[in-house]
Design a protein around this ligand. Structure first.
Ligand SMILES: [Zn+2]
Length: 242
């Protein structure tokens, strides 16, 4: 699915009145997963409309929980994604992958966890030590890679190929169940490759910039970096070493 698709035509496939949710014959709403929250938005149809409050997977289907009326099965629908929220999530998600790429390039340590909301997120690393100084250094490195405008590609890789790709092994793609074949891979060209189901911007420049909000130790070999996306990389203040 094209991550830049904001609006799509669809049809109501199954309507679950008890739970106030519907499944569509196709959808561009992201159902959540891999640390990226679900989309929100709206459905409109001839004579009706509803807000999409939540989207998620259940029993092999993607369900849309609606506020407002439910359309009848078979109704032709127009889906509209809340683009401000989604694009901010794309920038945030990509920023976190850039951070993973930088930490791997500079320290050769893997990720142990992560999460995000629109505009901010955190990643945990197998680092021995963390400090405010390291946080500032990582912020500078991530912003450098943003400015380099690395292209970002979505690839589908045969499992046999993915399982022998060193970049994917270090991001623990081998922990994904073997029946998932091919694997969807997000390639920040020249910086980071990982198996991922989320939505990302087309180049690192589109992230804008980042600010490290907080660094924390969550235990031995588990160090947390929390960052926010900004419109531009920070301008170095006078007196700061360049
Ligand atoms: Zn990801």
């Amino acid at each position: 699915m094209d991550a830049y698709l904001r609006q799509f035509d669809s049809q109501a496939l199954e309507v679950d009145r008890d739970q106030g949710r519907i499944a569509l014959d196709r959808t561009a709403f992201y159902p959540g997963g891999g640390g990226q929250p679900h989309d929100t938005g709206a459905l409109t149809w001839d004579g009706g409309q509803a807000t999409v409050r939540r989207v998620g997977r259940d029993a092999g289907r993607i369900w849309h929980w609606l506020d407002g009326e439910l359309p009848a099965p078979g109704t032709e629908l127009l889906g509209t994604i809340d683009w401000d929220r989604r694009h901010l999530l794309m920038r945030t998600h990509t920023a976190l992958h850039i951070l993973c790429g930088v930490v791997w390039a500079d320290y050769r340590v893997a990720v142990t966890g992560g999460n995000m909301e629109p505009g901010a997120g955190r990643i945990d690393f197998e680092l021995d030590a963390m400090s405010a100084e390291l946080g500032r250094l990582l912020e500078k490195r991530v912003n450098e890679e943003i400015v380099r405008a690395h292209e970002i590609l979505v690839e589908f890789l045969a499992r046999v190929e993915a399982d022998s790709d060193p970049a994917l092994i270090r991001t623990k793609a081998n922990l994904i169940p073997a029946h998932v074949d091919p694997l969807r891979v997000i390639d920040i060209v020249g910086l980071d490759r990982q198996a991922d189901g989320g939505t990302h911007v087309a180049t690192t420049a589109e992230v804008g910039g980042v600010r490290v909000l907080k660094t924390e130790s969550k235990g031995r070999a588990n160090k947390r970096v929390r960052l926010a996306v900004t419109d531009h990389p920070p301008v170095p203040s006078s007196g700061e070493a360049v």
